[in-house]
Design a protein. Structure first.
Length: 235
């Protein structure tokens, strides 16, 4: 009977072991499929407090400057509702404090309108001395209670960050969809909607503003439509 060379047996075993190891190599993961470009929509609430001197309904220069800066944040497409609430401290009667807090609220509302906030989106109310601010001492409490609270509620609509030029937009060897698929549709939807609330999931669609639509058609026919700034929209 023929004898097997030990070296031959060792070589065969090594080949089998290497084959087994090679068969255990992990399969490379499938590249992730690019997600569709969608606009992000979220509800936002901005708060600002204006303080007044004792028995006064006019704005101090510093308070007026701060209110102007706040009004600059209230973009027309962002802010849907602005509530202005006037207050007073507790040192006088309701007969005195209610009209005083109403005048304070009106002062703030007038400045917001002057700074470009649509009047139809502003509602102002007066609570007099009914909601005082608690503080360590009476003087601090009175000072903090002589105030007008501004609550601006709205919808933030962020345009999708596209086009995406990180990969070719037409053919992919990995059989991936185009990276900019749906980009133009999402951008146009964000820019054409009349009311940003209509982009919220589940919100009912409102009626289109015929005046705005007619103006848009007129600008298009007159050649006044600005070209799409791709670089600006891809920041």
């Amino acid at each position: 009977m023929a004898r097997t060379n030990p070296l031959t047996r060792t070589g065969a075993a090594l080949v089998v072991a290497l084959s087994a190891v090679a068969g255990c190599n992990p399969v490379p993961p499938t590249p992730a499929t690019p997600q569709a470009h969608l606009a992000s929509v979220a509800e936002l609430e901005l708060l600002h407090t204006v303080y007044f001197d004792t028995d006064a309904d006019t704005l101090r220069p510093a308070e007026a400057a701060a209110l102007r800066r706040f009004a600059g944040l209230l973009d027309d497409r962002l802010t849907l509702e602005t509530i202005v609430i006037g207050h007073a401290d507790v040192r006088a009667s309701d007969a005195h404090n209610d009209p005083l807090s109403a005048r304070r609220a009106a002062t703030v509302a007038e400045m917001l309108v002057a700074e470009g906030v649509p009047p139809a989106r502003i509602s102002h109310h007066a609570l007099g001395r009914r909601l005082p601010v608690a503080a360590d001492d009476e003087q601090a409490a009175w000072r903090a209670s002589r105030r007008v609270e501004v609550v601006a509620r709205g919808i933030v609509v962020v345009e999708p960050n596209c086009p995406d030029w990180s990969r070719p937009s037409a053919i992919h060897p990995a059989n991936l969809p185009t990276s900019n698929f749906g980009c133009a549709t999402s951008l146009n939807l964000v820019r054409m909607v009349d009311d940003p609330r209509e982009l919220l999931r589940g919100a009912p669609l409102g009626l289109n503003d015929p005046r705005r639509t007619a103006d848009a058609v007129g600008r298009y026919r007159a050649g006044e439509v600005e070209p799409l700034n791709v670089e600006a929209s891809s920041r």
